[in-house]
Design a protein around this ligand. Sequence first.
Ligand SMILES: C[S@@+](CC[C@H](N)C(=O)[O-])C[C@H]1O[C@@H](n2cnc3c(N)ncnc32)[C@H](O)[C@@H]1O
Length: 98
Amino acid sequence: MKSAATTTAVVWWPLSSKGLRILDLGSGSGRDAYTLAALVGESGSVVGVDMTDEQLEIANRHLDYHAEAFGYKASNVEFKKAISKSWMNWGWKITASI
Ligand SMILES: C[S@@+](CC[C@H](N)C(=O)[O-])C[C@H]1O[C@@H](n2cnc3c(N)ncnc32)[C@H](O)[C@@H]1O
């Protein structure tokens, strides 16, 4: 019997996510960014970067909804339009990226 091909993913995640500032490259409609926004807590933040106006528009539509749902005073997420390979030149202080 042939064995099935397997794929191994290596995932690193800090023991505590609170307070991290996370860069989400290719953030699309923002689902992952908003999940991360809950994980990092109100003291953390998420920057979502995408090159597509339509995706950014959808993602930005839900900033207030999620801030309210998580009980935050203000959204800890922002979305920016950019091509992701240029992010290293932006000079942001980032603690993790996906
Ligand atoms: C599968 S979607 C991401 C979905 C997203 N993680 C979510 O939770 O909704 C991939 C996104 O990457 C963006 N993208 C692809 N290449 C990119 C690049 N070089 N720079 C910026 N955005 C890029 C596309 O516009 C698309 O919105």
